[in-house]
Design a protein around this ligand. Structure first.
Ligand code: NOJ
Length: 522
């Protein structure tokens, strides 16, 4: 396990929207290098970079055409290596985005695979035996290749699924078992790409749709086996490299598949929505929604078992947002968002901050889709640096996506000078996290809550974090001694037995003795 993860706070950079240094209206790698000190100044000591590889950008680069070359619009491989080096000099790490489940339909492997002529790439993708064979349970592109067969897609139509085989074989005439040499060759090809970038200085990977490799693998056992093999490669040859899964099932991703981290996302049945959204279809309301209709139990029921199962093997990663979800500003006001972020940066695990969330960038409604973004486009708009042209994002006349036109648009410049800003809360709390081992990834954690009640909180070593998400004052009993206020949002009054909290407030206290539950002794 790479030790550096325990005190890491990640910053997610969507490269096309971060900082443009050559005036073409698209962010670039040199722009990221120029802004490394800014990222470090936030307290983020690691970066997850969305795909920077050559691509036709039908899905923002998640449709890879060449895994081993940087897209010219972002720069060159040398620029990326320079980014690794500059980051390392500042004590920062860089994770690239690995897309193992599919490629672009313009990838040379696919161009060979779809030919009638057989080659070593014939089975690199999943084709049926003939175009008349299209079982409805699979998402297929039909009748568009020279080759007589339909192919399986993994996401959009332009993203054919790579072939790692089938766990349950229902159509033996075209489904290969996972141990077929051609499926093993796909695994080797992905390992080769990983080695290529790790040898150049990358610190690991965020893994796209990590659970999607083997088909008909309901329990994900065969998919997990592939990742275990990859983890063995890392442990042996790159023990400092880290992998974070887009999986959202810590037991499978961390315990079974060997990922170091797994994201906590808005997938169905997951507590993210119950915390940071209005709620879900079953009527569970978001905890930070000030209407007070949320119930912390909806979150704890889901999170605590996953945490207990995985805590000795890896980290659950909370995130302020990512490039696939509407930013939190779409749902909540700034007071609620400050509390939500206070939670994200004080929970165990390894937290992730999405670019622009630290200044409260808005989710831009009704934008025309760009590069396969669709409703996600509104969370992908250019970073807002200052009051200059294009809010400092680009000196070009036509940024590839419009910048926020609101005259009160938040920028780094105006947020840094505002003592009430979200920027201040984010940087203050991340600094407190780094300064105290108790708040690091694997530090102690125990919830303090009563179902259906607010405030709620949790104990982390010598600290207690308490949250009152309600739109009115409230108080909580804590059974402690030597209580001292460390940090607050809103107004709180702390005493050994009781903490009074104003509407939508947060407080961190330290203590000398605490009983988290009636049955505990001091
Ligand atoms: C998940 C990525 O986060 C998303 O942006 C992408 O469209 C899909 N995977 C497909 O690669």
């Amino acid at each position: 396990m790479p030790q550096w993860l325990n005190d890491s706070v990640f910053y997610e950079i969507y490269p096309q929207s971060f900082y443009d240094t050559n005036g073409d209206g698209i962010g670039d790698i040199n722009g990221i290098i120029e802004k490394l000190d800014y990222v470090k100044g936030l307290g983020c000591n690691a970066i997850w970079l969305n795909p920077v590889y050559d691509s036709p950008f039908m899905d923002a680069g998640y449709d890879v055409r060449d895994y081993k070359n940087v897209a010219p619009r972002y720069g060159t491989n040398d620029d990326l290596v320079r980014l690794f080096d500059e980051a390392h000099k500042k004590g920062m790490k860089i994770l690239l985005d690995l897309v193992p489940g599919h490629t672009s339909d313009t990838h040379p492997w696919f161009l060979e695979s779809k030919k009638a002529q057989k080659s070593e790439y014939t089975n690199r993708y999943i084709f049926t035996k003939s175009v008349w064979d299209a079982p409805p349970q699979y998402r297929m592109m039909c009748g568009i290749c020279e080759r007589d067969g339909n192919y399986l897609v993994n996401y959009f139509s332009s993203q054919p699924a790579l072939n790692y085989g089938f766990h349950e074989i229902t159509h033996p005439e075209w489904q290969l078992p996972c141990d077929h040499p051609d499926c093993l060759a796909t695994v080797e090809a992905i390992k080769d790409i990983m080695r290529f970038w790790l040898d150049k200085g990358a610190d690991g990977f965020r893994v796209d749709m990590a659970d999607s490799l083997v088909k008909n693998d309901d329990e994900k056992v065969a998919t997990a086996k592939i990742w275990r093999g990859i983890r063995e490669m890392l442990d042996k040859d790159y023990p400092e490299a880290a992998m974070v899964a887009e999986w959202c099932n810590p037991e499978r991703a961390i315990n079974n598949a060997g990922f170091h981290m797994d994201f906590y996302l808005d997938h169905h049945g997951n507590g993210y929505s119950r915390l940071f959204r209005y709620g879900d279809d079953e009527g569970n309301k978001g905890i930070f929604n000030p209407n007070g209709k949320g119930d912390i139990k909806n979150f704890t029921d889901e999170y605590l078992p996953a945490y207990e199962l995985s805590k000795n093997n890896g980290y659950i990663s909370f995130m302020t947002n990512n490039h696939d979800m509407p930013r939190m500003t779409h749902y909540f006001g700034m007071d609620a968002i400050k509390l939500a972020y206070a939670m994200i940066f004080t929970m165990p695990g390894v937290p992730f901050l999405y670019y622009g969330d630290e200044i409260g960038m808005k989710y831009q409604e009704n934008l025309v889709s760009k590069e396969g973004g669709f409703s996600r486009t509104g969370s992908r708009t250019p970073m807002q640096w200052n009051s200059g042209k294009n809010l400092g994002f680009s000196a070009g006349d036509t940024p590839y996506l419009p910048v926020d036109t609101d005259e009160n648009a938040p920028t780094v410049e105006n947020q840094q000078n505002n003592p009430d800003s979200i920027y201040k809360v984010v940087t203050d709390i991340i600094a407190i996290r780094h300064a105290n081992d108790d708040l690091h990834g694997n530090g102690d954690f125990e919830m303090i809550f009563e179902p259906g009640k607010f405030p709620f909180g949790y104990k982390r070593g010598k600290f207690v974090m308490l949250f009152n998400p309600l739109g009115k004052d409230s108080e909580i009993e804590i059974n402690a001694k030597g209580v001292k206020k460390v940090y607050e949002i809103g107004t709180t009054e702390v005493a050994d037995n009781k903490v009074k909290m104003s509407a939508q407030s947060f407080v961190t206290v330290s203590y000398t003795h605490l009983r988290a539950h009636e049955t505990d002794s001091y």
